[in-house]
Design a protein around this ligand. Structure first.
Ligand code: ARG
Length: 465
């Protein structure tokens, strides 16, 4: 006896009692996996074409199912499709809609296939596209940051370089931009690597063990744009490391964007005053009229939390599941959608915001000069004259002590004070150690000297083009 209060499920054959309403709600994924409709139908079209080519279905059946699927797809695209909770997920919504339109022949589509390999192929198609799209969007931001580095190299804008958020040594602003270019280049690479590794079609793994039907998995893989079919059916339906890899590339990118955000938030404060963020990408306060808040950066920093969470969430889902498919795996999708959407917008916002951000070169240079940022240069000066570096360090440390206790900078010390600290020192030496000199001297490979930064920019430009 089948239930009479609800329409029969596609899997309803063995069931005598209707599904509990709350179970139906809890079990359904159509609310979110309808986002895979395009991939689902693409997968079905490739599958049915293959069923025809190997003679499992005849030409008329293939044509009917193909037309029907294309009609369903057109309606979904047009927003003319009724997604039904009682049809549980995207796969059964599409298949049931197909049956509504073309009748029982629709039932032949699921020959030699299971929802387990169906969802695995849909989700791989989606995740691969998402990875390549985020790679492109990351590349776009990379290009923007590189253009900023080029722009600020012209005036050799100087920025304080920090360690422990204490002024450490002066650097070029362009060098700072190039650090993010390097991170973004690796971020982009991680997405492309992940896309390449997930470039395998699980379709034809069937429920878990393969199928007795004489299917051609290779042609389906090729039709769907995959490099090859997955080699093991249990792995094909049961593994989600492709999604984990995507989520982990997202998490690392988010960490980088969050560090960038943190710096911009600090640099835009009244206290730092290094940058002015554009009005278009800041917000005001409803009570304090003077406020201009860096909400984009704060949200980008805050959203790293959810992007990390999506990775942790799926790792946790996967860790306890025995091979092969378990319904736990239905939890794999929302985090991927969310990380993809979140980073799509953050990358776009930063690509728009960075070129409109104004850097106050006088402020950054003045800040770079303070905080005894050239102390290492004074020590290096002594060491170049043969004083052991440790001794030079001690001498300059003493001078910084004198200067800071009397509220002066190193170049404000008297000739007598400098000579007393070390006979090789003088007012002239201290005054010559400007931030420009300091930057210019750091000409080791990968260093901040304008010459090196120019080379780094040229290399990055070549890599991008
Ligand atoms: N909605 C399911 C998911 O996302 C599809 C696969 C269901 N498979 C099954 N054996 N119940 O994982």
């Amino acid at each position: 006896m089948t239930n009479t209060t609800q329409p029969k499920k596609l899997w309803g054959g063995r069931f005598a009692e209707a599904t509990d309403g709350l179970v139906e709600l809890f079990n359904a994924s159509v609310g979110f996996d309808q986002r895979l409709a395009e991939q689902d139908i693409r997968g079905s079209l490739a599958h049915v074409a293959m069923l025809g080519s190997v003679g499992i279905l005849d030409d008329t059946e293939v044509a009917q199912i193909t037309d029907g699927l294309n009609n369903v797809l057109a309606d979904i695209r047009a927003g003319n499709f009724e997604w039904r909770l009682d049809r549980e997920d995207v796969h059964m919504n599409v298949e049931a809609a197909l049956r509504d339109r073309i009748g029982p022949v629709a039932g032949k589509l699921h020959t030699a296939r299971s929802r387990n390999d169906q969802v695995a192929v849909d989700f791989r198609l989606f995740t691969k596209e998402a990875a390549l799209d985020l790679a492109d969007k990351t590349r776009a931001l990379r290009a923007v940051m590189l253009a900023e580095a080029e722009k600020h190299l012209a005036d050799e804008v100087i920025l304080p370089g920090y360690t422990h958020l204490q002024v450490a040594q002066p650097i070029l602003l362009s060098h700072w931009f190039m650090a993010y270019v390097a991170m973004l280049e690796r971020d982009e690479g991680r997405f492309r690597d992940a896309a390449e590794r997930m470039d395998e079609s699980p379709l034809g793994s069937s429920a878990l063990a393969g199928t007795p039907w004489p299917i051609d998995r290779h042609s389906v893989a090729a039709a769907l744009g995959f490099a090859r079919p997955t080699a093991n059916s249990l792995d094909g339906v049961g593994s989600r490391d492709f999604a984990l890899e995507f989520l982990s590339a997202c998490a690392i990118l988010s960490a980088h964007l969050s560090r960038l955000s943190e710096e911009l938030i600090l640099y835009s404060t009244f206290e730092f005053g290094f940058i002015t963020l554009p009005d278009s990408h800041t917000t005001g306060s409803s009570i304090m009229p003077q406020k201009k808040n860096p909400d984009v950066s704060e949200l980008a920093r805050g959203k790293a939390g959810r992007v990390f969470g999506n990775l942790m969430g799926l790792l946790t889902v996967v860790k306890g599941t025995p091979l092969a498919y378990n319904k736990d795996l239905q939890e794999d999708k929302e985090g991927v959608f969310d990380s993809y959407d979140t980073l799509s917008i953050v990358l776009r916002l930063y690509a728009d915001m960075m070129p409109k951000t104004v850097w106050h070169a006088e402020k950054t240079k003045a800040a770079a000069a303070r905080g005894y940022s050239t102390a290492t240069d004074v020590a290096d000066y002594l060491a170049r004259s043969g004083v052991p570096f440790r001794e030079a360090h001690e001498v300059v440390g003493g001078l910084v002590g004198i200067a800071s206790r009397s509220g002066r900078q190193l170049w404000e010390l008297t000739d007598a004070e400098l000579k007393a600290a070390h006979p090789l020192l003088s007012a002239e030496v201290a005054q010559n150690l400007t931030v420009e000199e300091s930057v210019k001297n750091r000409a080791s490979y990968g260093g901040t000297a304008p010459l090196r930064v120019r080379e780094a920019i040229a290399a990055a430009r070549a890599a991008l083009e």
